[in-house]
Design a protein around this ligand. Structure first.
Ligand SMILES: Nc1ncnc2c1ncn2[C@@H]1O[C@H](COP(=O)(O)OP(=O)(O)OP(=O)(O)O)[C@@H](O)[C@H]1O
Ligand SMILES: [Mg+2]
Length: 396
């Protein structure tokens, strides 16, 4: 099984690209599921077919599903939530507030991914294409397995204390307090497995969808940076709504075309060595199987969009014994000796000869000064210095 997850800024064409990819995979003979995890589902609109929260067959080899986690949530998570909620409500807070407070933030999303994973295995899908919510939410979703494991580990560490503390309340709800911990363990185990699946480059790939525009590009850089940080394998970038030279008629469209060309150049530098796919800007909406099939052809040509397009890390961040960090970034096509770096907050601008890259740094690097960079054997290495003052260390 392969899982391909599309993410990107709101409205860039995630649902469209995910549906087009799934359709092409199905046409190539793979048993394919396209599932949307965005609460604001639009997969049904894109495929132009009614969908439900169970997989519905929409074409030969193709099933689609708009996940609703409510039932699953209640089954897996309800017990724990009810329990915490009752405990909080018992302390004089209203039920509404207690219910909100007792839901682990982001847990519903994890349950959603657990659901897809289970479904994919049970139904023997060869390809599972996920249409995710806009970037911020998706990144949060992908970091949830780690966060949850952290909570669960701490809970188990205080297990004895917890059981003692909850005994007076637990009897009202649970047969034994251990039932509560069992729920946590079951979820923790499933979440850890999920994390493994989602970061296994043999199984999962992440594709960032963007448009040749500044803000969209920035968000895509941030997404790639964070996916790299958490070890999720990005295998390509899809640039959607790319205008053809023939469309640049009249001042308005000429200017738009030129702006797009400028950003396309930057996108090339900013995402190398990831493969970059381009989908044209159509005059008509991309809705229904025929248009989706056309987009898949125009975007991927004769390539199989279900395969892994890039293997390897986009960057690696290695902690150094002196408290500093080393960032290693493969740039196989770049030549030049003189590496210039400029850092402004969490943005870093890299110049090597004609090559220019802008990138968004994760927090751990953003607050450090760089000690310079060097390119050797197609890999750029940038050092980040240890935090100097106590003030800096305290912030860290
Ligand atoms: N290349 C294209 N040419 C023309 N129209 C397009 C193209 N790609 C997408 N569209 C249209 O743009 C609209 C938004 O696309 P889509 O729903 O795929 O974006 P999204 O990133 O999933 O949005 P959201 O963040 O709201 O989920 C749709 O109506 C779709 O038909
Ligand atoms: Mg969408």
């Amino acid at each position: 099984m392969r899982i391909i997850l599309y993410l990107g800024k709101g409205g860039v064409g995630k649902t469209t690209t995910a549906a087009a990819t799934a359709l092409r995979c199905a046409q190539l003979g793979y048993r394919t599921l396209v599932a949307s995890t965005d609460i604001a589902h639009s997969l049904a609109d894109s495929l132009d077919m009614p969908l439900s929260d169970e997989p519905v067959q929409v074409a030969e080899n193709l099933w689609a599903q708009e996940i609703s986690v409510v039932a699953d949530l209640q089954k897996n998570w309800g017990k724990l939530q009810d329990f915490t909620s009752n405990m909080i409500a018992g302390r004089g807070l209203s039920r509404v507030v207690a219910d909100e407070l007792s839901s682990f933030p982001g847990m519903d999303e994890v349950v959603c991914l657990l659901h897809i994973n289970k479904q994919a295995k049970e139904n023997n899908f060869d390809r599972v294409i996920i249409d995710a919510a806009p970037t911020g939410e998706t990144i949060r979703l992908l970091t949830m397995p780690d966060t949850f494991s952290w909570y669960a580990t701490h809970l188990s560490r205080f297990e004895r204390g917890v059981i003692k503390a909850i005994k007076p309340f637990a009897s009202r709800l649970l047969k034994a307090p251990s039932e509560l911990l069992d729920t946590v363990y079951t979820l923790q185990k499933a979440t850890e497995e999920l994390r493994e699946t989602l970061s296994d480059p043999e199984i999962s790939s992440y594709r960032v969808v963007l448009q040749p525009e500044k803000m969209v590009m920035r968000e895509a850089e941030r997404a790639v940076s964070y996916l790299g940080l958490f070890g999720y394998p990005v295998d390509s970038v899809v640039v959607n709504r790319v205008m053809a030279a023939d469309d640049a008629q009249g001042d308005f469209y000429q200017k738009k075309y030129e702006t797009q060309q400028k950003y396309l150049g930057m996108i090339n530098d900013n995402f190398t060595p990831l493969p970059i796919w381009e989908a044209p800007y159509y005059a008509e909406e991309v809705v229904g199987l025929e248009m989706l099939s056309r987009l898949a052809q125009d975007c991927f040509g004769d390539e199989d969009p279900g395969k892994i397009f890039y293997e390897g890390k986009v960057h690696e961040i290695i902690e150094q014994p002196d408290g500093g960090f080393l960032m290693r970034m493969p740039l196989p096509f770049v030549t030049g000796k003189d590496v210039k770096l400029r850092k402004r907050g969490d943005e870093m601008f890299i110049t090597i000869g004609n090559f220019k890259r802008e990138m968004i740094l994760p927090t751990v690097l953003a607050k450090r000064r760089t000690g310079g960079g060097a390119l050797a054997d197609g890999v750029l290495e940038i050092t980040f210095l240890p935090l100097e003052s106590e003030e800096e260390a305290a912030v860290a």
